[in-house]
Design a protein around this ligand. Structure first.
Ligand SMILES: NC(=O)c1ccc[n+]([C@@H]2O[C@H](COP(=O)([O-])OP(=O)(O)OC[C@H]3O[C@@H](n4cnc5c(N)ncnc54)[C@H](O)[C@@H]3O)[C@@H](O)[C@H]2O)c1
Length: 436
C-alpha cells in the first residue's frame, strides 16, 4: 500500500519504517528540510535503538523515501498518517496548528480516495474538526483516529508487537476499516490486538492511558516523601505493593518527576479538555501539581547538603535525556535541575550517552558537557544521577571517591540504594529510600 507519513519525528519515523518493513511503500514527509536532508544522506536524526538498521534496509529495498514536499507526498497515498507534534499551548490545551495545517494540505492535494489517520495525540473532538477541514476535497477522505502508544527506547518493538492497536472510526465506514485492517494485519497475525471504537473514545483512550501511568508515578513520589518522614523505604513499599497482581509492578518508581514529550503535556491537556466541558478532574490536576513540585526534589536535596549558596560550586550530572535509551530531553528532570543550578551560579558538568547534541542546543555553553562519564565528577562537590542509563548502574565507586572534592552522591533514581555506599565513605541520598 502507498503510505504517506506526515511528520518524521520519534513517532512518524518509527511508524513509517515499521510500515515499510511489512512491505508497504512509505514516504516520510516533513517540513523540516534539514531533517529530511539528513535522512536522505543516510543519517538518523534521533537516537532510537535499532532504528538505523531498519531505515537502511527499507531505503535500500526502495520501500522508504523521505521528502519535504508534503503536497506531492500526499497526492499518491492511500493512507496518510498525521504524526506531527501537538505541544502544550497557553492554558494547557494541545496546540493543533500542525494537525490543522496537514489536514488543510490533504484537502488541497489529495489525489485519490484515502484514509487520513490521526496518529498524533489529539484531544477529543479533533476527528470531527479534521473532517470539517477536509470536507469538500476532490476525493473522499475517511478520517480515522489511531493514537500511538510506542515508548521511546523500545519504539520499534512496541510498533511491531504492540499490546494493542486502538482504532476509532465512524460506524459503518468499511473503506477505512478495510485499509486499517490491512495495514495492521502483519502485527495482528498471532493475536488480534485491534480494539475498535468510535473516534472520541479512541482520542480519549490515549490521554487516559498516559495520565493513569503518570498518576502512579506522582503517587509514588508522594509516598517517597512520606517514607522519608516516617523512616520507611520506598523500594520496599514498591515491592510490597507492586507484587499485588491487581496493581502490578510497572510505573511505581519514585524519582525526580516524570518528563518526556508526552506525560506532562497529555496530563495537562486532559485537565484542559475536561474544563472545556465544565468538569474539574481532580486526580490528573493533582498528578500534574505533584510532578511540578517533584521536579525540584533534587535541587532541594542538594541545597540541604551543600547549603544554599551554590555559586562557583562544581556539580556533576549523569543523564540529561528524560529516560534511558533515547536522546529526547523534552521536559526532562535534568532540565529543571540544571536550569536551577545554573541560575544559582553553580558550575555544571554533565554527561549523557546519547543526548548531548540536544542538550547543547538547549543549554549552550552554560553547561560543560564531557565525553567521559567520570569527568563530571572531577573536583565536584556532588554527583547527581538523573537518568538511569545502564552505564551508570554500577560505576567504579572507588574512582569516583578519589576524584570528587566531597563524596556526595545524589541518586535521583534510587539505583544505588543497596550498595553500601555510606560504608565506603560516601554521603548518599536517594528519593524516599533509606540507602546504605
Ligand atoms: N514521542 C513519543 O514517544 C510519542 C509516543 C506516542 C505519541 N506521541 C505523539 O505523537 C505526536 C508526534 O510526537 P513526536 O515525539 O514524534 O514529535 P516530534 O517533535 O519528534 O516530531 C514531529 C515532526 O512533525 C514535523 N511537522 C510539524 N509540522 C508539520 C507540518 N505542518 N507538516 C509536516 N511536518 C510537520 C516536525 O518538523 C517534526 O519533525 C505527538 O502528538 C505526540 O504526543 C509521541
Amino acid at each position: 500500500m502507498k503510505i504517506c507519513m506526515v511528520g518524521t519525528g520519534y513517532v512518524g519515523l518509527v511508524s513509517g519504517v515499521g510500515f515499510a518493513e511489512t512491505g508497504n511503500h512509505v514516504v516520510c514527509a516533513d517540513i523540516d528540510a534539514e531533517k529530511i536532508a539528513r535522512l536522505r544522506a543516510g543519517e538518523i536524526p534521533i537516537f532510537e535503538p535499532g532504528l538505523d538498521e531498519l531505515v537502511e534496509r527499507n531505503v535500500a529495498a526502495g520501500r522508504l523515501t523521505f521528502s519535504n514536499d508534503v503536497p506531492a507526498s500526499i497526492a499518491e497515498a492511500q493512507a496518510i498518517f498525521v504524526a506531527v507534534g501537538t505541544p502544550t499551548r497557553g492554558m494547557g490545551g494541545a496546540d493543533l496548528t500542525a494537525v490543522d495545517a496537514v489536514a488543510q494540505a490533504v484537502a488541497e492535494h489529495v489525489g485519490r480516495e484515502c484514509v487520513l489517520v490521526l496518529k498524533s495525540t489529539v484531544p477529543v473532538g479533533t476527528n470531527p474538526r479534521v473532517r470539517r477541514i477536509v470536507e469538500g476535497a476532490p476525493h473522499p477522505i475517511h478520517v480515522v483516529s489511531n493514537p500511538e502508544f510506542l515508548k521511546e527506547g523500545d519504539a520499534i518493538r512496541d510498533f511491531m508487537r504492540p499490546d494493542r492497536i486502538v482504532i476509532g472510526l465512524s460506524e459503518g465506514d468499511e473503506f477505512a476499516r478495510n485499509i486499517m485492517e490491512r495495514l495492521y494485519h502483519p502485527v495482528t497475525l498471532n493475536k488480534d490486538r485491534i480494539v475498535w471504537m468510535d473516534p472520541a473514545s479512541a482520542e480519549l483512550t490515549k490521554y487516559v492511558a498516559n495520565t493513569m501511568l503518570a498518576m502512579r508515578i506522582s503517587f509514588m513520589n508522594e509516598v517517597a516523601a512520606l517514607c522519608e518522614k516516617v523512616g520507611a523505604d520506598v523500594h520496599n513499599v514498591r515491592h510490597g505493593v507492586g507484587s499485588d497482581t491487581r496493581i502490578g509492578s510497572k510505573f511505581l518508581y519514585a524519582g525526580p518527576g516524570y518528563g518526556g514529550s508526552c506525560f506532562p503535556k497529555d496530563v495537562k491537556a486532559l485537565v484542559h479538555t475536561a474544563r472545556e466541558h465544565g468538569l474539574e478532574l481532580e486526580l490528573p490536576g493533582a498528578t500534574d501539581r505533584v510532578n511540578d513540585r517533584q521536579k525540584g526534589v533534587l535541587m532541594r536535596k542538594l541545597r540541604k547538603e551543600l547549603g544554599t549558596d551554590l555559586r562557583g560550586r562544581r556539580i556533576g550530572v549523569w543523564g540529561v535525556s528524560f529516560k534511558p535509551r533515547t536522546d529526547d530531553i523534552r521536559e526532562s528532570a535534568s532540565i529543571a535541575l540544571i536550569d536551577d543550578l545554573v541560575s544559582d551560579g553553580a558550575i555544571v558538568l554533565a554527561h549523557d550517552p546519547e543526548a548531548v547534541e540536544n542538550a547543547k542546543a538547549r543549554f549552550g555553553d552554560r553547561v560543560q558537557f564531557v565525553d567521559e562519564q567520570y569527568d563530571v565528577a572531577k573536583d565536584a562537590e556532588a554527583l547527581v544521577l538523573v537518568t538511569e542509563w545502564r552505564q551508570y548502574q554500577n560505576p567504579d565507586f572507588d574512582k569516583l571517591k578519589s576524584i570528587m572534592a566531597t563524596p556526595f552522591l545524589l541518586d535521583g533514581r534510587n539505583i544505588w540504594s543497596g550498595y553500601g555506599l555510606r560504608g565506603m565513605g560516601f554521603t548518599y541520598e536517594g528519593v524516599g529510600v533509606r540507602g546504605s
